[in-house]
Every structure is written in C-alpha cells, then in structure tokens.
Design a binder for this molecule. Structure first.
Ligand SMILES: [Ca+2]
Length: 484
C-alpha cells in the first residue's frame, strides 16, 4: 500500500473509533498511532518560550507549538517526582495507588504495585512496542522497574540524579547511597559519579529515544521519555553553559529543546510524523531557580498554580490543528485513558481509573473538558475560574480569570463559594480514601549496583575522554528578567 493511502486510512480508523466506541472491529495494529510522552523533571511553566520565557531560547518547542496545540491549563496530579509519575503511569491519583507523599529512595522497600496497569501494559494489549528512556523513580527493586511494568526496553536512571554518592546533599541519607547506575534493562551498564557524567544524561536519553523510534518504525510504539534534566543538581557541558551566558539552567533547557527537536525530526525523517501523537510536559513545578511565571507557587508548598500547572504541548501533524490552543482543564491522569481510546485498548473494568479521555480536546480545540472540577491532591480545588487553596485549616479563594497570580485572596467576600468548594474537596478526599489500592513492598531490598568495580563511568561508557561540565549547585542563580 502506498504511504499516503495508509495515512488516510489510519485517519479514518481513528476518527471512527472516536465516534463509535462500541464498534465491532478494532483498528489493525499497523494502523494504530504511535505515542511519545516527553516528561521533563521539575520544569516550570515559564521556563520555555511558548509559555513565556524570554531568557531560555527554545526554537524547537516554539515550532512544536506552532505545528501543534498548546494546553494552557494542563495539570499534573502531584508535585513530586514519584507521585507524579505514578499518576501518569496508572491514570490514577497517586494516593489511590499508594504512591503519595514522599518519593522513593534508593534501596527502598516500596514501589509501584506490579498489579497496577501502566500505560505500557495497556498498550501492549494492542501490540505496541514500549520503551522508557530517562528517570523511572517508581521503585528501584527489579519487581518495580520498567521491565516489570510493561516496558520492553529501559535505558536510564532508577531514581533522581541527586540520589548518588556525590558531594552534594550527602546528609540526606546518613547510610549513604549506592552508586547511581545507568541501567540498560535490568543491568547496570555504567555509573554516574561526577559532573561530567551528569551532564551527559540528556544526550544519553535522547540518543536512546531516537534509536528506539528508528528501530520500531514499523509502528505501533509507545515511547516514554522522562528526562533527567532539569532536576538539581544541574550540570551541563561547559561549551553549552558558555553559550547560555553562564546560566546552567538555561543551558539544560536549551539542550532539552534540541532533544525534542531531534525526536520530532526523527519522526519526520522516518515518515512517522502523521502517525504519531507527541505530548510534551513536566512532572511538577519548577524549583526556586526556575520560572513558574505567571503563577504563584513552585515545586512543593501550597497548591498554587505554579505547583501543578505545566507547560504542555500536543503534536500530531494533520490530526491536531496546527497553532491551536485550549484553555480547558486537562490532567496527566488523562493520558492513560486518552491513549487507550486512540489505540482502541480496553480500559480496566475491575478498578477505578481517575483520569478521563481527552482525545476530544486534542482533536477539536473548541471541545469542552470532561472535568467539571480539578483537585490539587486534597489541598486545592478549581471549578471554572474559582480556585480554592487549603493551607491547614485556612482556605484561600482566588478568581483565576482576574487574578492568575493568586495574589488577592477573596475568601472573605465569597463565603458561599468557599463553603461549596470545601465540601466538594472533602467529599473528594473521602471518595478516594474509601477505595485505596496499596503500593507493593519487598522484604529485603538490595542496591542495583553495589560496587563500581568494572562498571565504567558514563563518560567512559560513551567513549568520551575529556569533558568539562559546570553546575549551578550551591551557586546563587543568575538573575532572570522573566522569573517570578
Ligand atoms: Ca520532579
């Protein structure tokens, strides 16, 4: 069949599947769309140009937004790496699947319960090839790692880049951390002992993702790219930092931008662009050196917008309208049901899935959100423009249409609205807590890498003899005119 004809037929099959969910025939595997989810670590809303950065230059993301759709009101479900990833992977609130609260640490007993159904497992039922390139952070024991959670391939680090035995933050774990490994599948192939190896983590993830696309060009595939950047401590190659005028964060953002460009370019070169939905977003708000403008709040802290609202772009040439935008509420838990719908995969019927299918929003910028209200864990709620933030026993009320920066608490003027939203939030908490599913635990967790004997540093693994890297760790962040 000629390529153009195949694409047209794929389009018809997808549209028909959306219009008639109960159609008898499911789309054939070769006609199913590919999915790429790029999940940046700790990127703030104002860190990239399509969402307002005037400092970080991100031409590839600018182009992606021009060719695709900006989702201005897209939220993650939690504000730390582990719960946010658990919610993305399962389509459920992190609390519901026992992965709320604190992140998992190296040699932790806790991990994402293998009984949960991840996006990768769901898409596998439709014959998808699945790959994860980047940072996992849902438990570092083999039973919790990507290969046990639906992924055919994994290349990356098992948890955050600051959870190594380096010189930073060593007081976090008085027992000390094991070496930070680069995993290929379930095997540690290298370790990350220093700044130069850290600075290569964007490159190694990008190269893995690009190779995966080329290898699986005979679709369908699900490629999950949870980048290690821009989580601290940040390191970048000196030549890139110099280009970014000494600003390490900017150098990292700009390297990520080129990474996205490489992924989209590969899809185009392989003739897969029109068959692939790419979603770009972040796992939680930026830390104090990032920009969360125009919002109040950041990673951690009260549930202001900067905490959970993410710079999000969806791209699927000829299917998603170029240069479109939606301000409808969407969340990271929606990705599982949405991809399931687009792939014709059957949603689990034996458990609650919190996310909703937002394929309608992606395919029609004029469509309405399936969410009437949005919950910020148990401490915040949004209905239309009304936003309530609960801090202890106190409740603050904002009107986001008039006050996007959440500066003027108007709770005193709208006692009825506060009462209504508090009741909804309490009912939500009760509802989730009445149907919890536990995380999984192992008895005797072991380090993935006990010793670095005969395990090369990442620089050596990649055959790089000399590389100068710079860090912003422990340094005062440079002034950024657009930082708020
Ligand atoms: Ca994070």
């Amino acid at each position: 069949m000629k390529k153009a004809a195949a694409v047209i037929i794929a389009g018809i099959v997808i549209c028909a599947a959306i219009a008639a969910p109960l159609m008898a025939e499911t789309p054939k595997a070769e006609h199913l769309p590919n999915f790429v989810v790029i999940f940046i670590d700790d990127m703030g809303y104002g860190d990239i140009a399509p969402f307002g950065s005037t400092v970080n230059k991100t031409p590839e993301l600018d182009r992606m937004a021009k060719e695709g759709m900006k989702l201005t009101d897209f939220y993650v479900s939690s504000t730390a790496c582990t719960p946010s990833r658990a919610a993305l992977m399962t389509g459920c609130y992190a609390d519901r699947v026992g992965m709320d609260g604190k992140v998992v640490f190296p040699v932790d007993k806790r991990g994402l319960n293998p009984k949960e159904i991840t996006i990768a497992e769901l898409l596998r039922t439709k014959g998808y090839a699945t790959g994860c390139f980047g940072k996992w952070h849902l438990g570092d024991q083999p039973e919790f790692m990507p290969l046990a959670q639906g992924f055919d391939e994994f290349l990356g680090i098992p948890y955050s880049n600051d959870m190594g035995p380096g010189t930073w933050r060593k007081t976090w774990n008085p027992l000390g951390y094991p070496p930070l490994p680069l995993m290929k599948g379930n095997k540690a192939v290298a370790h990350i002992p220093d700044g130069p190896s850290q600075s290569l983590l964007c490159r190694v993830v990008t190269d893995g993702a690009v190779d995966f696309i080329k290898k699986h060009r005979e679709a369908p595939f699900f490629l999950y790219v949870p980048h290690v950047f821009i989580h601290g401590p940040r390191y970048a190659e000196k030549k890139l930092v110099d280009k970014a005028e000494g600003d390490v964060l900017r150098a990292q953002v700009e390297e990520l931008d080129r990474s996205v460009g490489q992924i989209l370019k590969t899809l185009k070169q392989e003739g897969l662009a029109e068959k692939t939905l790419v979603i770009f977003t972040s796992d939680n708000g930026g830390d104090p050196s990032s920009s969360n403008a125009p919002f109040r709040g950041l990673k951690g802290g009260p549930k202001y917008e900067g905490h959970m609202r993410m710079p999000t772009i969806a791209w699927w040439p000829k299917t998603i309208a170029a240069g479109s935008q939606t301000a409808e509420i969407a969340t990271s838990t929606d990705i599982l049901p949405t991809l399931a719908k687009l792939a014709g995969a059957k949603m689990p019927a034996d458990r609650v899935i919190d996310g909703k299918d937002i394929s309608g929003l992606l395919l029609d910028p004029g469509a309405k959100s399936p969410h009437e209200v949005l919950y910020y864990e148990y401490e915040g709620i949004r209905r239309g423009p009304w936003k309530l933030v609960r801090i202890g026993k106190k409740a603050e009320l904002y009107n986001l249409d008039e006050d996007i920066g959440e500066k003027n608490n108007i709770a005193d003027k709208h006692a009825d609205m506060v009462g209504e939203l508090v009741n909804l939030l309490d009912a939500h908490k009760e509802s989730v807590q009445s149907d919890l599913r536990p995380a999984a635990f192992v008895e005797n967790p072991k380090p993935l890498l006990e010793s670095t004997y005969r395990i090369p540093a990442l620089t050596d693994y990649l055959g790089i003899r000399r590389l100068d890297a710079e860090t912003d760790f422990g340094k005062k962040p440079p002034k950024r005119p657009d930082k708020r």
